[in-house]
Ligand binder design. Sequence first.
Ligand code: PEP
Ligand code: MN
Length: 338
Amino acid sequence: MLILMKSNASEEQLRAVAARVSELGLTAHPLKSSARTVVGVTGDINGHDPAAFSSLPGVSRVMRLSVPFKLAAREFHEDDTVVNVSGVSIGAGQKLCVMAGPCSFESPDQVLAIARAVKAAGATLMRGGLFKPRTSPFSFQGLGKDGFKLMADVRRETGLRFVTEAMDEAGLELVDEHADMIQIGARNMQNFSLLKRAGKARKPVLLKRGMSATLEEWLTAADYVLSGGNRNVVLCERGIRTFATHTRNTLDLSAVPAVKELSHLPIIVDPSHGTGFRQYVPPMALAAVAAGADGIMVEVHNEPEKAKSDGGQSLYIEQFEALMKAIPAVAQAVGRAT
Ligand code: PEP
Ligand code: MN
């Protein structure tokens, strides 16, 4: 439910409305945007009549939301959210954020070589998994917590910020402590206890879209993190399962404008997992820029043929450099900041 305040409503009237909401056992979210002041209401609103609020002083109108998600909804929060990842801003027309790196951290030499190269090419965040959600238990599972020291060393040398995946609550605690951004992978998009734990984290969350998640399910999953108190959520479109076999997943670029209509949260695109083949990654990365994505996440490897995971979809360093050089012209063509 959304309580729209009159344009001349006083602070006191706003506080009184919020107090009434709390008295009824619901949660009030006073939100001031450039154009209006509203009080979003969450909780079990069934059985609560909007009329109970419409007669309060300063209230203009009371509306029910037309979507099942709330804190993630643009109806709730009109202005674009900008997420700050250790000084890097993502969203609301800020500079395109490029996250690049290997699928998995494998060794100090590999991480350092890729970090230096992606930094020089213009990436601001480095990606790389320490805890890997592999389909088979016999596949490489990641370096685990030993990789955090490597992360710290590489951050010190390059200034890159790090985003890495947490697969469970214990891992999330470690990622929250040592990385700059916590990735929740496609396979865990509806792991509700993990989402709740992420809601208590200090670091921003990168929430990937589940393989067969609708936008409603995805944004409602984001509500779990937001409602825990962590308002720094970036969404990541990474392809969905369809009947198509020419790619690993079907990259749903229409999710970018659709999410921007439905939500105030920033959205980035991962064309690496979204296509599964390196030759398709640069064109789809450029298409994501044209579609309005706030950033891209790209797998890059110094020796993709030796990669322990996802070598076939990892760009060679020269390919990544060429992609970075191609981005500004596309961004300018659609009137975006570069
Ligand atoms: C990843 O980014 O390393 C990853 C496993 O991606 P996804 O969760 O999208 O499959
Ligand atoms: Mn991968």
